[in-house]
Design a protein around this ligand. Structure first.
Ligand SMILES: C[S@@+](CC[C@H](N)C(=O)[O-])C[C@H]1O[C@@H](n2cnc3c(N)ncnc32)[C@H](O)[C@@H]1O
Length: 271
C-alpha cells in the first residue's frame, strides 16, 4: 500500500497558513467565485466550506450575504480565518469549526450548498469526504469540489520539483497520479458517492509573479510540500538546496516576469 500523503495531515498546512492567507488565498478566490456561481449562492443560503483554509471561499460567500459555516483541520488556518473575520467585524453569520472533513460535526440536511476547494482532494478517504458533504447538504442542494490537473504539465513547477529531486535523490517518489486530476476521475468518484447530475469543467487562472526569483521565493514560503521539507531539513541544510533550485529556474526561464496558468477541475453534483 502507498504511504499516506503528508498533505493529508495538518502539519504542512499549519506551517504555511500565514503565508498562504496573504499570498495564495487572494489568487484562489477566483476559483472560489466560479464555484459559488456554479451553485448560484446568494443571501438566502447557508453554505458549508469544508477544508476552508483561511476562509478563501467562505469570505467570498459572506460578501454575497450567505450564512457560512467553515471547517478545517489545521488550527493555524482556522486562526487566520478567525483573525480576518474578527478584523472585519463579521462573526455573526460565520460559524468556524476545527475538524476533519471526513467526519463532519454537523447534522444531516443542514446546508443549502457545500464546497471543498482543493481540500477534499487531499483526504485519505475521498469517498467519505464526498458522502459527508452529501449527508449535510439538503436534497437538491449543489456540492462543488475542485482539484488540479497534473501539475507536471506546468513547466516552471515541474522544473522546480525536478531540481529538488536531483538535490535530494532519496525523496520518496511522487504519487503516479494526483487525486481527481481528470474530469473522468472526478465525475466517477462524485457519482459513486451518490450525487446526481455530476459534471466537471476546467477553469484556468494565471498566477503572476514579477520575476522568476520572486516566484521561487513565494513557492519556498507558501507551497506546502516544499515548506514541510524545508522545516524538516532545517534552514542550514535547506539554503544550498533552495539556491540550486533557484539557479536552475533562472537558467531555464530567465528572471523576467512570470505568468503561470493554473488549471483546476471544478466538479459539481446535486444531492
Ligand atoms: C490547498 S488548501 C485549500 C484551502 C481553501 N479551500 C482554498 O481554496 O484556498 C487545503 C486545505 O485543506 C485542509 N485539509 C486537508 N485535509 C483536511 C481534512 N481531512 N479535514 C479538514 N481539512 C483538511 C488543509 O488544512 C488546508 O487548509
Amino acid at each position: 500500500m502507498s504511504q499516506p500523503s503528508p498533505l493529508s495531515t495538518p502539519l504542512p498546512w499549519d506551517l504555511v497558513a500565514a503565508e498562504y492567507s496573504v499570498d495564495v488565498a487572494p489568487f484562489f478566490e477566483r476559483f472560489a467565485e466560479r464555484a459559488l456561481d456554479q451553485a448560484a449562492v446568494g443571501a438566502q443560503h447557508h453554505i458549508v466550506d469544508v477544508a476552508t483554509g483561511p476562509g478563501t471561499l467562505a469570505f467570498r460567500a459572506r460578501e454575497r450575504g450567505a450564512r457560512v459555516t467553515a471547517l478545517d483541520f489545521s488550527e493555524e488556518m482556522i486562526r487566520q480565518l478567525e483573525a480576518r473575520a474578527a478584523a472585519g467585524g463579521d462573526t455573526e453569520h460565520f460559524t468556524v469549526r476545527h475538524g476533519d472533513g471526513q467526519a463532519l460535526p454537523f447534522e444531516d440536511d443542514g446546508f443549502d450548498a457545500g464546497f471543498s476547494m482543493f481540500g477534499l482532494m487531499f483526504f485519505p478517504d475521498r469517498d467519505r469526504g464526498f458522502r459527508e458533504l452529501r449527508r449535510v447538504v439538503k436534497l437538491n442542494g449543489v456540492v462543488v469540489v475542485s482539484s488540479w490537473v497534473p501539475l507536471d504539465q506546468i513547466p516552471i513547477l515541474s522544473t522546480a520539483f525536478g531540481a529538488l529531486r536531483e538535490q535530494l535523490p532519496n525523496l520518496p517518489p511522487p504519487p503516479a497520479e494526483l487525486p481527481l486530476a481528470s474530469e473522468e476521475r472526478a465525475v466517477a468518484e462524485m457519482s459513486a458517492a451518490g450525487f446526481r447530475d455530476v459534471a466537471a469543467e476546467r477553469h484556468t487562472e494565471s498566477m503572476l509573479a514579477s520575476s522568476t526569483r520572486a516566484l521561487w521565493d513565494r513557492l519556498s514560503r507558501n507551497n506546502a510540500p516544499i515548506v514541510m521539507l524545508r522545516n524538516r531539513l532545517g534552514e542550514a541544510a535547506w539554503a544550498p538546496i533552495g539556491s540550486a533550485i533557484e539557479a536552475r529556474l533562472l537558467d531555464r526561464f530567465g528572471d523576467g516576469p512570470q505568468s503561470i496558468p493554473m488549471t483546476a477541475i471544478v466538479t459539481s453534483g446535486r444531492v
